[in-house]
Design a protein around this ligand. Structure first.
Ligand code: C2E
Ligand code: CA
Ligand code: CA
Length: 539
């Protein structure tokens, strides 16, 4: 026998229903989908009338709200939950936090926080085992009232959840203005295939909540596909028929005994100067700065080898030359484009930045494959800085610079230089560069190696003469050469026995002049003379 009662009947039977236990509480578990452990539960009001049968919350809640009875009803549910928690504690069973619904009509009642606090202390239940759910629609018409309640609840130490997030009441702005601790994202508001618009909205919402540093519980999750999808976008906490319907107290007690529990991961502590809420807001100055006034940048989280991109700016996409959208990049695995070696370098740098709390930089190669351009390898210089931390999870700001061209030309240069080295080696040639204005000499690698010269020799040629590279009887001639170079002589050459063995070398100088004919540099070379005949083996 089941019949929906009228508004009048709800009102007239309410008091008796409470007294006789016709109104009671069901519990619905909240689970971490990754671990299978219980993280909490929600208390839901139930009403079974002896003559009319089971009544639906969607019928009696509006009736109670309309007739000013919801405050008493909510306090009654809160008391049932306190009694239950007390029973667990007394029975040496570790409770999980239980969320209690607060009607938006309770918000106008300035006694709410005080009243529940009185009940809580009567049952002596630690405040961390009780949570309050406020609904997003409470904020219609302004956030002043709800802010005041929030502040009161926080002052008593209650964790407050934002219920029914995503139902469309300008969620973004409300979240920005209200300091809630947990967000409940209702999947039922966002129905639609997980590949389509619904999914896009959900993943943006989850991303946004990360910015606000607020854990999310996905509600109304009915299928494994939905739960896995939520997990894939970084939301592990699930409440819904997939894991459990709302169940009676005794059944819930059994679940509590059987299932392992775990606490909700702590929210991240952002660096104080950074206002995460404003950062997300598309109209805020912070976003303007992120998008326009800083270079290419990305923000990602890092925990135990797992990295997840949260935000990137337009310039990032351009800098990397990717033909992908922000959404596609955010969804992708950041490690995918790096081989093990480059990933190792990058992760080492992250660890350095965590340890130093300072900016650290690295250069890594990444490869991207696109349908139109095939495989492309790019080199990125990244400057990393930790901007937030929660437990082992770090929030990281990365500035990136595409240095592929620079790197490639450097590699080309390097190989050029190496070719030169080989040539010099085989030709027995020593070379150096002399700067007239500064009297500085830069030796080639071979001079440095064989003659023990530093990379830069000042007051040349004195140190070389002192070192005995030139025999004493040639020293004055060599000094004179440098005077001649300064005076504008363009070519000089002679056979000079060099170094300790006094082996004959063909020493030559060629001078380079500026536009006005003043000498700038002289390029010196010394070639081994073979069989007393000057020659150059390989040239
Ligand atoms: P709510 O706070 O959003 O509660 C979640 C509702 O979603 C519950 O409906 C729950 O049974 C239902 N639900 C949970 N998982 C699934 C799922 O996978 N699929 C579907 N289709 N539904 C799911 P219920 O118990 O009928 O409550 C409806 C609403 O009534 C609640 O929505 C809440 O707004 C209100 N309510 C319930 N208990 C209380 C209470 O003690 N005080 C106040 N003020 N409101 C309450
Ligand atoms: Ca709720
Ligand atoms: Ca809800």
């Amino acid at each position: 026998m089941k019949k929906t009662m009228t508004e009048r009947e709800f009102v007239s039977r309410f008091k008796k229903a409470v007294k006789n236990g016709h109104i009671y509480v069901f519990y619905q578990m909240q689970i971490n989908h990754s671990t299978g452990r219980m993280i909490g539960a929600e208390a839901l009001m139930r009403w079974t009338d002896p003559s009319f049968g089971i009544q639906l919350p969607s019928d009696f809640i509006p009736a109670l709200e309309k007739h000013g009875l919801i405050f008493d009803a909510d306090l009654y549910v809160f008391e049932c939950v306190c009694r239950f928690q007390k029973k667990c504690i007394d029975g040496s069973l570790t409770p999980v936090p239980i969320s209690v619904n607060m009607s938006r009509y309770d918000i106008a009642n300035t006694n709410y926080a005080e009243s529940i606090e009185a009940i809580r202390s009567k049952y002596d239940v630690p405040v961390q085992y009780l949570r309050i759910e406020i609904t997003e629609s409470s904020a219609i018409g302004g956030t002043e009232l709800i802010s005041a309640v929030l502040e009161q609840l926080h002052s008593y130490g209650y964790i407050v959840e934002m219920d029914d997030f995503g139902n469309g009441y300008s969620s973004l702005n409300i979240l920005k203005d209200l300091d809630v601790d947990i967000i409940k994202l209702d999947m039922r508001f966002l129905r639609g295939d997980l590949g389509g618009r619904g999914a896009t909205i959900i993943s943006s919402l989850v991303q946004m909540t990360k910015w606000l540093n607020t854990p999310v519980i996905a509600e109304g999750v009915e299928t494994m596909e939905q739960a896995d999808y939520m997990k894939s976008i970084g939301c592990d906490y699930i409440q819904g028929y997939l894991y459990s319907m709302p169940i009676p107290e005794e059944e819930f007690l059994k679940q509590l005994e059987q299932r392992e529990h775990e606490p909700l991961a702590p929210a991240m502590n952002l660096i104080r100067t950074m206002d995460a809420g404003r950062f997300w807001n598309p109209d805020s100055l912070e976003t303007l700065i992120f998008s326009n006034f800083v270079g290419a940048a990305a923000i990602f989280t890092y925990e135990g080898g797992r990295a997840e991109i949260l935000r990137i700016n337009e310039k990032y996409i351009r800098e990397l030359g990717m033909n992908l959208t922000e959404k596609e990049i955010v969804r992708s695995d950041p490690w995918e484009c790096m081989d093990a070696e480059n990933r190792g370098i990058y992760e080492e740098t992250i660890k350095k930045a965590i340890a130093s709390r300072d900016e650290e930089s690295c250069e890594t190669w990444r490869s991207f494959t696109s349908k139109c351009c095939g495989e492309d390898r790019i080199c990125i210089r990244t400057n990393l800085r930790i901007i937030g931390k929660a437990g082992e999870q770090h929030l990281i700001y990365a500035m990136v610079q595409n240095i592929t061209a620079e790197k490639n030309s450097f590699l080309a240069l390097e190989s050029n230089e190496r070719r030169f080295e080989h040539a010099f080696e085989q030709a027995n040639v020593y070379a150096w560069e002399y700067t007239v204005a500064t009297k500085e000499m830069r030796p080639c690698f071979r001079c440095m190696r064989d003659l023990g010269l530093p990379p830069l020799v000042k007051n040349y040629p004195e140190p070389a003469i002192e070192a005995g590279i030139f025999p004493p009887d040639y020293a004055d001639m060599y000094r004179d050469w440098h005077r001649q170079i300064e005076a504008g002589v363009s070519q000089l050459e002679a056979i000079i026995p060099l170094t300790v063995g006094r082996v004959p070398f063909h020493v030559r100088y060629t001078t380079e002049f500026d536009m006005n004919g003043h000498p700038l540099k002289a390029y010196g070379s010394a070639t081994l003379v073979i069989n007393s005949k000057e020659g150059n083996a390989s040239l």
